[in-house]
Design a binder for this molecule. Structure first.
Ligand SMILES: Nc1ncnc2c1ncn2[C@@H]1O[C@H](COP(=O)(O)OP(=O)(O)O)[C@@H](O)[C@H]1O
Ligand SMILES: [Mg+2]
Length: 381
């Protein structure tokens, strides 16, 4: 039995006291709040293992509460159990769709059921403080600007990681909104993608299911969770399932390699938090380097350890542009590797959905991709 720190939010003082008493008797540490806002302040300050909230808040609506909780890095993953006297089925379904993790009715059984959820989700709780021993590593590719080669490098480095570690299971996940390009880079035309998977009820997104349904792209040596196929689908994306999907992928795969693209979108925060390494792709024009600077500053404000940053300077547009040393000066960070300009070769390989390593094995670029992969694996050992 792992004891939890629990935040109880309920406008009714009697309920609060009752829950506090019952949960403390079982060894949990309980703090309480009367209103939604007060709850937010305590949640962010104390970062409890779990929040138990009556979603009928005095001051906030239920959806606004969960959004604020999920948007803040300190509580992006905190499980929220809705405990309500509303018996309406639609009401509970709405809450789950909005991002509450569980729904319980206020009843004589509530305490027993709460304790059961605490037990069942104990891996989630542990994940807040540290990762499970054997959980896969998460490498996230991002950039400050489009067209810097993020997706191409993501796919090609992932392929080289899979080759360098033949025993390892590798998955590449395209999280670029509103439309992903990894499917086309690796030549996948199937219908399993981020939007179809996140649309499923969370109970259906199991280890077994993902293990069976994600396609393996033979030529690339990895499995793929392709991205949003179009902006409409991406708008409907069930964001609250993303952390669950990642968690499940961590159980199946040794390396989870994510293309987050250029934007820090509404889904990126929990992903960034979860990453073991953030691989930031830089272009060589002054503008990109300057925007990259603001991205790294932003990551700092989120409390991201800059040691997790791995900078690659990619000469995607030619030999011109600023030097590595200049870029390092502007950013005040080390650039780990420079990817040479490969002329039309990179685009040719992309257009034919082939890995650089296959299409142009003797190109300096292919050599660099191999050493990048090794280096990145080393970085998180
Ligand atoms: N080092 C490079 N040399 C030559 N072309 C490159 C290089 N890196 C990327 N490219 C090309 O740049 C284009 C944009 O790449 P892409 O991976 O789609 O960028 P992003 O995902 O950042 O928008 C692609 O056509 C790719 O082939
Ligand atoms: Mg891209």
């Amino acid at each position: 039995m792992v004891f939890k720190t629990v935040l109880v939010i309920d406008k009714d003082v009697i309920t609060r006291k009752f829950l506090k008493h019952m949960l403390e008797e079982k060894g949990h540490a309980v703090s309480q709040a009367e209103s939604g806002r007060e709850g937010l302040v305590l949640a962010w300050r104390d970062q409890p293992d779990v929040i138990v909230a009556d979603p009928n808040f005095l001051d906030l609506d239920a959806a606004a509460f969960v959004q604020k909780i999920r948007q803040d890095p300190r509580t992006a993953f905190t499980p929220i159990i809705a405990l309500s006297s509303n018996l309406d089925k639609e009401f509970s379904e709405d809450l789950l769709a909005e991002g509450y993790n569980h729904y319980l009715q206020k009843s004589g059984n509530a305490i027993t059921e709460l304790l059961k959820i605490f037990e069942e989700t104990s891996t989630d709780f542990q994940e807040k403080t540290g990762k499970r021993e054997n959980a896969g590593k998460v490498f996230t590719f991002l950039s400050a600007k489009g067209g810097t080669g993020t997706s191409s490098l993501c796919a090609n480095i992932a392929m080289n990681i899979a080759i360098a570690e033949p025993e390892a299971k590798v998955v590449v996940v395209d999280m670029v909104l509103p439309i992903g390009s990894l499917g086309s880079i690796v030549g996948y035309e199937g219908s399993i993608d981020l939007t179809t998977i996140t649309d499923l009820p969370q109970e259906e997104i199991t280890i077994d299911f993902l293990d069976k349904s994600l396609p393996r792209i033979e030529l690339w040596n990895f499995h793929l969770l392709a991205g949003a196929p179009n902006p409409e689908a991406s708008n409907l994306l069930q964001v609250q399932n993303i952390s669950h999907i990642l968690k499940t992928l961590e159980e199946i795969f040794d390396y989870i390699i994510i293309d987050l693209g250029r934007s820090l979108s509404r889904i990126s925060l929990p992903i960034i938090q979860k990453s073991d390494l953030l691989i930031l792709i830089l272009g060589t024009d002054q503008g990109t380097v300057t925007i990259t600077k603001s991205v790294t500053e932003y990551l700092k404000t989120l409390g991201i350890d800059l040691k997790k940053l791995y900078l690659i300077l990619n000469r995607a547009i030619g030999l011109e542009g600023i030097t590595k040393t200049d870029a390092e000066k502007i950013l005040d960070l080390d650039i780990k590797m420079t990817m040479p300009y490969m002329g039309g070769n990179f685009t040719t390989a992309n257009n034919q959905s082939q890995p650089i390593t296959h299409k142009f094995p003797n190109d300096t670029g292919a050599f660099m991709l191999r050493s990048l992969a090794k280096n990145i694996i080393e970085e998180t050992r």
